[in-house]
Design a protein around this ligand. Sequence first.
Ligand SMILES: C[S@@+](CC[C@H](N)C(=O)[O-])C[C@H]1O[C@@H](n2cnc3c(N)ncnc32)[C@H](O)[C@@H]1O
Length: 215
Amino acid sequence: MKQFFPGVYSFGNNPATLNLVKGTSVYGEKRIQLDKNEFRVWDPKRSKLSAAILKGIKTLPIKEGSKILYLGAANGTTVSHVSDILGLNGIVYSVEFAPRSMSDLIALSEKRKNIVPIFADARFPEKYSDVGAVDVVYADLSDPQQVEILLRNAVLFKAKFIMIALKARCVDSSEKPKVIYDKSRKELEEKCRILDFVILDPFEVDHAFFVGEMK
Ligand SMILES: C[S@@+](CC[C@H](N)C(=O)[O-])C[C@H]1O[C@@H](n2cnc3c(N)ncnc32)[C@H](O)[C@@H]1O
């Protein structure tokens, strides 16, 4: 079967992941049965990581057994696919500060044992410092200071890699997206080497995605 990355398969035009919890969907996504395996189609219009994979990122530091710190987990749409890729030897610490999303995330973590929900504000990583060192910090926060928050977390948790979905209008709605992307790149480059940069249009308008390796 064709794969984009280890653990990320290709079905029709979309990525898909091997379902860790057979027989259940998380956000109404399609499931496909193949021999004894069940795959979940990963909708690029619902998940920016799926869109970034389709737009051609070359590096995916999220692998079987990795330890991930995910900032802005919402109700777990993307986190659930990350959980599939990691398998039960990996773990995704999932930070979210909206109570309603957190209750969905807690319910999801009861079925998926590699998701650890953290009800906290990602601007204050000291509050969840017991997480310890991680392989990757992933950020998808609707916050104008998103890059700064990501880097603060990545330094504190000694991450090897960072991944970030950036919404230009959230940083500055009066600026052209390209100006925001360039500015964010410079800010990221103070602490990491950029490995990938893709624009997520048409899946997500005025969004871009960076993958970087911490210096
Ligand atoms: C665009 S949504 C995330 C979507 C999710 N990553 C996905 O793909 O399924 C952004 C989320 O970040 C959360 N958020 C924004 N600022 C935050 C902060 N400082 N700490 C924790 N969560 C935050 C919001 O509550 C919202 O749920």
